[in-house]
Design a protein around this ligand. Structure first.
Ligand SMILES: *Cc1c(COP(=O)(O)O)cnc(C)c1O
Length: 352
């Protein structure tokens, strides 16, 4: 017997690289645009004396603004340090049974990490050959369900109707819909939280709200679900949302116009890039997110990934079954995407 036997050993999640220096960064689905000028102003004007005091444990003004913008009650909102924090608390809170929880085999690669960390039994459900989720696969005995919509890294969107079918047929499980990318063209299931008390909708400021570096995530759900989550959170660390984050997040929510504008810019760029990738011989599930999951008819994804990196263009590639011939390409600015397309053209023509 040694202390080694008592250690909780885990295989951690591996995020995409954050290279230093000037590179074209299309590898972690960040927004290429800065936060609203209102955020800059709020931080400039922030009364630093406030930082002496502990923050509000519920997220204060940030939660108030979220309730207002998303037209829900405050006690239907949970705020966390990025949606990774929100999802982690949700897994710990809701998946405490012996039946396996279900999520797709090709999905956000953090889900199995939390399941392992918290000793939650799980079963992955294969996407079909088109990388689509089949709703019937989720009508089976389970201890909970997690579905990202749009899915990551495929970018494929499910309809609200299909998701409602899964939610309504699983009244004895909490169903988490991870809507990290919903603002890039999808329709949210948020209005269903009043109809189904087993539904938790998770969103983030990291993608559509241009603030991955600030770390804000939120969940919406029946107030009983939110209370259970807060009980767990307050049993670990009540003060995760610091005052500067709260101020920055609340300011961002006061500029819905800017938010809609930047989302539209990303969507327009994505649609243009889809056409160009098709012309270059790429194929991909139709994306409703801020990335495209593309495979080339003849060229190996790994080779493109490595050649791009040599040119300081970072995209994401996973050495995993079923997806190892795909690249996940985040949507950057128009100029960044032009550089990437130019690189691809050169690579395909054999110039690189
Ligand atoms: C990016 C992402 C998240 C987490 O983002 P945070 O930065 O922690 O808010 C959660 N789910 C999916 C599917 C994501 O792609």
């Amino acid at each position: 017997m040694s202390f080694e036997d008592n250690i909780r050993k885990v295989i951690p999640y591996v995020p995409g690289e954050q290279p230093v220096g000037k590179v074209i960064k299309l590898n972690t689905n960040e927004n290429p645009y800065p936060p609203s000028p209102k955020v800059i102003q709020a931080l400039k004007e922030y009364d630093v004396d406030e930082l002496r005091k502990y923050p509000d444990i519920y997220g204060g003004e940030l939660r108030d603004e979220l309730a207002e913008v998303y037209k829900v009650d405050k006690d239907e909102v949970f705020v966390g340090v990025g949606s990774d924090d929100v999802l982690s608390v949700a897994f710990l809170t809701f998946f405490n049974g012996t039946k396996p929880i279900l999520f797709p085999d090709i999905t956000y690669s953090f889900y199995d990490v939390w399941a392992d960390l918290y000793r939650i039994p799980y079963k992955t459900i294969s996407l079909n050959d088109d990388f689509r989720i089949d709703k019937e696969d989720y009508i089976t005995d389970n201890g909970g369900i997690v579905i990202p919509n749009p899915n990551a890294p495929t970018g494929a969107l499910k309809s609200v109707e299909d998701l409602e079918y899964i939610i309504s047929n699983n009244p004895d499980s909490v169903v988490i819909i991870d809507e990290a990318y919903i603002d890039f063209g999808g329709r949210s299931v948020l209005p269903l939280i009043r109809k189904y008390d087993n539904l938790l909708v998770v969103q983030t400021f990291s993608k559509s709200r241009c603030m991955a570096g600030v770390r804000i995530g939120m969940a919406f759900g029946d107030k009983k679900l939110i209370k259970y989550m807060n009980d767990v959170k307050f049993s670990i660390n009540s003060y995760t949302m610091n005052r500067l984050t709260v101020a920055a997040g609340a300011a961002m929510l006061k500029d819905e116009e800017y938010f809609k504008e930047t989302c539209k810019k990303v969507i327009d760029t994505r649609e243009r890039v889809k056409k160009e990738l098709k012309e270059l011989g790429f194929d991909f599930p139709d994306s409703s997110s801020n990335f495209i999951f593309a495979t080339h008819k003849t060229l190996a994804a790994k080779d493109i990934f490595e050649a791009a990196k040599k040119k300081d263009i970072y995209v994401r590639w996973w050495n995993k079954p079923r997806i190892d011939n795909y690249l996940r390409i985040s949507i950057g600015t128009d100029e960044e995407m032009d550089s990437f397309i130019d690189f691809l053209r050169g690579y395909i023509n054999g110039d690189i």
